[in-house]
Design a protein around this ligand. Structure first.
Ligand code: BMA
Length: 323
């Protein structure tokens, strides 16, 4: 239990103690889901969303599929990380010269980086690719150039430069419900030009045998970058989404230091098993308290609602180091 978080204190992190008798390093918020599907007047579903500490409370970017079933990103705010007010209107991006407005957006991640908040998401531009934008206040959002070409999904930025360069994980894919997927890393000196591509990892265990993709922004610990990621198994009745974790090398984060062989979470609760897409738990954000090692992990459930889970970083790192 030696691993510690490298990062600021967050005494306001949402938290619920581990339920008596619970085995395993991750447990659910007892009042899940924290965001219901009708959180805005026109939403069909609110899931796979990203939150960060902001001001005295929290802010985030939320995937709201509307009642036309268009996939849109909305800003949202919370004083405690549990009760959320989601803007009824989608984010309107300020577009730089020559950059097209997104045709759609989904599965956002948000990372505080060098004093600003960067948003990475699956951006509709001649098919799914990795969109990148920035905000200071979750009111005004500026689009940056797409980081990568189609087809790609699950773009995740690291919260600081490594070796002086920005680091981006992604999962090259196809235009549909991709039946394959491995995680790659790309590097940039200016958040516009990406290269020095490295392969990070592919599926190894049955629970992730169809495809894997990065989840929340990597969490810096004394033992390496803790990466929570989703892994998909193809069953007789379709895809089943789980999440697990690995540790990436601190200085060369394309190298795996250790990887948990079992999943950390699988769709077992009714709100994870029943919804628009059954049997999906899909993590996109993690809050961390540097003082206590507490983690609060936000995940989409059944492509319908947003749920919350908790863990202690030392226990998750131990789980990963045990392999
Ligand atoms: C993936 C993404 C996710 C979604 C998952 C399950 O391809 O589209 O947004 O949660 O499928 O439907």
């Amino acid at each position: 239990m030696g691993a510690k978080l490298v990062g600021s204190a967050l005494p306001t992190i949402p938290w619920a103690p581990r339920p008596a008798g619970h085995a395993g390093p991750v447990w659910r918020y007892p009042h899940n889901p924290v965001i219901q599907r009708d959180a805005t007047p026109t939403s069909n579903s609110v899931f796979n969303s990203a939150v960060v500490p902001h001001g005295e409370g929290f802010a985030g970017v939320f995937r709201c599929d509307d009642q036309r079933r268009e996939m849109r990103l909305h800003a949202g705010f919370s004083h405690d990380g549990v009760a959320w007010r989601i803007d009824p209107e989608p984010i309107e991006w300020d577009l730089p010269e020559g950059v097209d407005a997104p045709a759609y957006g989904y599965d956002p991640r948000v990372v505080p980086l060098e004093g600003r908040y960067y948003v990475v998401w699956c951006n509709g531009w001649h098919g799914p690719t990795i969109g990148l934008g920035v905000t200071d206040d979750f009111r005004r959002f500026e689009l940056i150039e797409n980081a990568l070409l189609p087809f790609n999904r699950n773009g995740v930025l690291f919260p600081r430069r490594v070796q002086g360069r920005y680091m981006l994980l992604s999962r090259p894919s196809d235009p549909g419900h991709t039946p394959f997927g491995e995680i790659f890393l790309s590097q940039s000196e200016d958040l516009v030009h990406w290269g020095r591509h490295r392969w990070v990892m592919g599926p190894t265990q049955p629970w992730e045998s169809t495809k894997i993709g990065a989840g929340p922004a990597p969490i810096e610990t004394t033992e390496g970058w803790l990466l929570i990621y989703h892994g998909v198994l193809t069953s007789c009745s379709g895809y089943v989404y789980h999440w697990g974790a690995c540790l990436l090398d601190l200085d060369e984060p394309w190298r795996i230091r250790s990887r948990g062989s079992r999943y950390l979470m699988a769709p077992h609760e009714p709100y994870e098993r029943v919804g628009d897409v059954p049997n999906v738990v899909f993590p996109c954000a993690a809050l961390a308290d540097g003082d206590t090692g507490r983690l609060a992990i936000y995940y989409g459930a059944a492509d319908t609602v947003t749920a919350l889970a908790f863990a202690e970083v030392g226990e998750v790192v131990d789980f990963v180091l045990r392999g």
